[in-house]
Ligand binder design. Structure first.
Ligand SMILES: *[C@@H]1O[C@H](CO)[C@@H](O)[C@H](O)[C@H]1NC(C)=O
Length: 331
């Protein structure tokens, strides 16, 4: 027993030494442990595409998130990116951070960790600013990294930095200036992200595996599918029993069921400006729900049950998805 413990200790020491030296080439899948309440359930809210100084109904959505957050007694909030419009933050002292985050999501129930990824609009400013620990001193809830893992006992959440995967941003540099510091050469960066994600998924023993990124894999909204992610990310999710892929980017709420696996694609990108007015016809290809207006999503997980809810700007439930699964250990 003692020797097994020693072996484990030596192994983890070696692993941390290795990760220290390989940091340069490795994507930063830092791990965070999130304890959950005694009854073994995990509850959180998901919102995306929000930071507009309260405008375009951001404050109204925030108010309803506070109400539902209290009702569910949430453990944390997930932000699917495009945190600050139009061009991310200028620096870690940009007042936009306080005006679009701290002063908007003021409810008691939302004073929990906010696990956030970067969206393409965040890359248009100083992308490193949002990753800076200085922001955590301004508002202790904020935790934004490029790619990282939150282990919440029954569920593991894998956050993936999707913007560098999208060729369009590199092919049309005249559109906008993007802050690609630390992600070029992109080919090497994205292949490292995929490799690290794959090995993390393979070794995960969590009951629920959730992957979060800014860009949709599948969407019926304005931007539609992200082909680069369909090609490179989706096969990894399918091969590793991922339950949910959650994203923003399209300013809508939607659920699409994968046709080749149990994966549910859940878009929650309606934190402020919405009503784009164009919906693609998916020919019934898995589309379960689409709403063009503002709102957010809640997730409640137990060992065997998942309850997904979508809410509009008035906090009304506009879609429900309940599922249960039998785990091998239970049979
Ligand atoms: C905000 O929500 C209200 C209530 O549903 C709606 O009437 C209004 O059009 C929305 N405003 C915007 C900018 O979307």
């Amino acid at each position: 027993m003692a020797s097994l413990q020693n072996k484990t200790m030596v192994l983890s020491l070696l692993l941390s030494l290795f990760s220290l030296f390989s940091r340069e080439i490795s994507a930063e899948f830092q791990r965070f442990e999130q304890n959950i309440r005694g009854d073994g359930t995990l509850r959180f809210l998901v919102v995306g595409d929000w930071g507009r100084n309260g405008g375009f109904n951001q404050s109204e959505v925030a108010f309803q998130m506070g109400r539902i957050g209290e009702e569910l007694d949430i453990d944390f909030v997930v932000s699917t990116g495009d945190n600050f419009y139009d061009d991310g933050l200028k620096g870690d002292d940009d007042p936009k951070f306080v005006n679009s985050f701290t002063n908007i999501y003021t409810a008691m129930s939302l004073q929990k960790p906010w696990f956030s990824v970067l969206g393409n609009h965040d890359y248009r400013g100083n992308a490193l600013a949002q990753l800076s620990p200085v922001l955590r001193k301004v508002d202790g809830r904020w935790l934004c990294l490029r790619s990282f893992i939150v282990n919440a006992e029954i569920a593991e959440l894998f956050f993936v930095d999707t913007t560098p995967f999208v060729r369009y941003y590199f092919l049309n540099p005249e559109d906008h200036v993007y802050d690609w510091r630390n992600v070029i050469p992109t080919k090497r960066y994205t292949s490292t992200v995929l490799k690290d994600l794959e090995s993390a998924l393979k070794t995960s023993s969590a009951k629920w595996k959730i992957v979060v990124g800014h860009h949709a894999i599948r969407s019926a909204g304005h931007h539609g599918d992200t082909h680069e992610l369909v090609q490179s990310l989706l096969p990894i999710l399918r091969a590793n029993d991922v339950d949910f892929y959650m994203n923003g980017h399209d300013h809508c709420l939607e659920q699409i069921s994968d046709i080749e696996s149990p994966i549910q694609f859940l878009t929650s990108g309606a934190g402020s400006k919405a009503w784009r007015g164009d919906v693609k016809d998916l020919n019934g290809n898995g589309l379960k729900f689409f709403y063009d207006g503002q709102g957010f999503m809640s997730v409640r997980l137990t060992q065997n049950e998942a309850e997904i809810r979508f809410y509009d700007v008035l906090g009304r439930v506009i879609h429900r998805w309940d599922m249960s699964k039998m785990f091998r250990a239970d049979i």
